[in-house]
Design a protein around this ligand. Structure first.
Ligand code: NAP
Length: 448
């Protein structure tokens, strides 16, 4: 009983502190809110180009003392706000604790004369390349081998001078950081955070090449989905071309080549859209089957399935694009022709409702084609109607989904996804242990 008042006091104090925290604005004047001891450090910048100017201004705004080192300080002084000191490269490197090298990597050799001043300092390499894998070694690793007495950190290369100027409100916010020194990495992480960016720790300096290649890779996660869409489109286009144009020409001497630009394309587009929509759901179904078979969610999916799961959004968007193009093409055709695909089109337009769209599309294709499937005249050159081909993937996805919805299966799957394991034994192990069961794939399991 005697302890009760002190517990109450403690609780009250905690509530008061929490209230104080809540009163603080989430976002405010960035120059005011960051006031950590790290900001007492002097940040040096070598170079007076676009990047150096934006970086210097942003650092000053975040509360840092900034000193810029230039080959021609007198000429370039006016390019910077008065709060920033522009001096010689030598003086800047001597006075700063951490130095951003805002110089193109081709000119790194000219920094050799600053070796003494750079000794024991942290050098932040912000450089980018013009080609993927331009050199065997990354720029950061080259800088590290040139200045072995300094600690090199790769960072900020993905942030443009524009994004630095406009604060973190525009453009990319993520700063990928890597270095062989954890202390140096933490320091740059802190600086990036204080500047309003999101630091991402990429580990050792050997990751620098990957970081340097990132800005040169255009939409990396779209590559496979786009290739798949193009391949499917070509296949369906050729298939429809043979059935709709070549067959009447060979068998009846009918010249229907006018169908090539619109009619044939308009058959291929909904087919691609339909198959792509099914491909959005197929990996989820496969993942569920894997989990049921393994009896745990703590076992990694195969790499191909992991990647497929991560690209479902792109597949869905491309499916929607094909459906939208199909709608546009249908408007180019007389109403009589467009009516044929109307229902399928409507279903695809519902792609927001994803699975409903897939079910409705499949039902439509089945009802639309059921009669034709048993009509021998529809088999041109023994090729089944196009819709029959498009049904292959949905006919795998939908029954498997239905199976997974069976109460007994669904109950087991739900338990597995909550962490239950068939063997009833916790299988968490340290990474590196022989059994791969231990590697918990957050990426894979959480998104199924
Ligand atoms: P920039 O406008 O061409 O400026 C480069 C600066 O390097 C010059 O102003 C020059 O300043 C200095 N420099 C030092 N030694 C040099 C030498 N021997 N020859 C020529 N210049 C020398 O380039 P930047 O756009 O600021 O880019 C600088 C670095 O940041 C590059 O590595 C770039 O890849 C990287 N980066 C830039 C951006 C961006 O948006 N611009 C984004 C990410 C990364 P002094 O004459 O005063 O010495």
């Amino acid at each position: 009983m005697a302890e009760r008042p002190s517990n109450l006091d403690e609780a009250q104090q905690q509530r008061r502190m929490a209230k104080k925290e809540m009163i603080k604005p989430l976002l405010g004047n960035e120059c005011e809110i960051h006031n950590y001891s790290l900001q007492k450090i002097t940040v040096g910048i070598l170079g007076t180009g676009d990047f150096a100017r934006s970086l210097a201004t942003r650092l000053v705004c975040s509360g840092y003392d900034v000193i810029v080192g230039s080959r021609y300080p007198k000429c370039n002084e006016s390019l910077f706000p008065s709060a920033i000191e522009v001096t010689s490269q030598r003086e800047a490197t001597n006075r700063a604790n951490i130095i951003f090298v805002a110089v193109h990597h081709e000119h790194y050799s000219t920094l050799n004369k600053l070796r003494d001043g750079l000794m024991g300092k942290i050098l932040v390499d912000v450089s980018n390349n013009v080609e993927v894998n331009e050199r065997e070694e990354s720029n950061a690793e080259r800088l590290a081998s040139m200045f072995p007495e300094s600690t090199v950190v790769k960072a900020f290369n993905l942030i443009s001078a524009w994004a630095l100027q406009s604060g973190a409100r525009d453009g990319s916010k993520q700063v990928m950081i890597c270095s062989n020194s954890q202390e140096a990495r933490c320091m740059v992480v802190e600086i990036a955070r204080n500047m309003g960016f999101i630091p991402l720790d990429f580990g050792l300096l050997s990751s620098a090449k990957e970081i340097e290649n990132l800005p040169l890779r255009l939409f990396p996660s779209w590559k496979m989905p786009i290739i798949l869409t193009v391949v499917l489109f070509v296949l369906f286009y050729v298939y429809s071309f043979i059935r709709k144009v070549i067959h009447p020409y060979v068998m009846k001497g009918q010249n229907v080549f006018y169908k090539i630009p619109i009619s044939v394309v308009n058959v291929a587009l909904p087919c691609v859209s339909f198959v792509m929509l099914s491909l959005v759901y197929l990996p989820g179904v496969l993942a569920a089957l894997f989990q049921l078979r393994n009896g745990t969610k703590y076992k990694r999916f195969p790499c191909w399935l992991d990647q497929w799961l991560q690209q479902r959004k792109q597949l869905g968007l491309l499916s929607f694009l094909c459906a939208a193009l199909h709608a546009v093409y249908s408007l180019c055709l007389p109403m009589r022709r467009s009516a044929r695909y109307q229902l399928l089109n409507e279903a695809s337009a519902l792609s927001r409702l994803g699975f409903t769209a897939l079910v409705v599309s499949t039902l439509h294709v089945l009802t639309f084609g059921w009669r034709k499937a048993f009509d021998s005249t529809q088999y041109k050159f023994y090729l089944p109607p196009t819709f029959a081909i498009t049904l292959i993937v949905p006919c795998i996805v939908l029954p498997t989904k239905a199976f997974l919805f069976l109460p007994c299966v669904n109950r087991k799957l739900k338990r597995i996804r909550r962490g239950w394991e068939t063997s009833h034994q916790a299988k968490f192990r340290e990474p590196g242990e022989a059994d791969s069961v231990a590697h918990f794939s957050m990426e894979s399991t959480s998104r199924v």
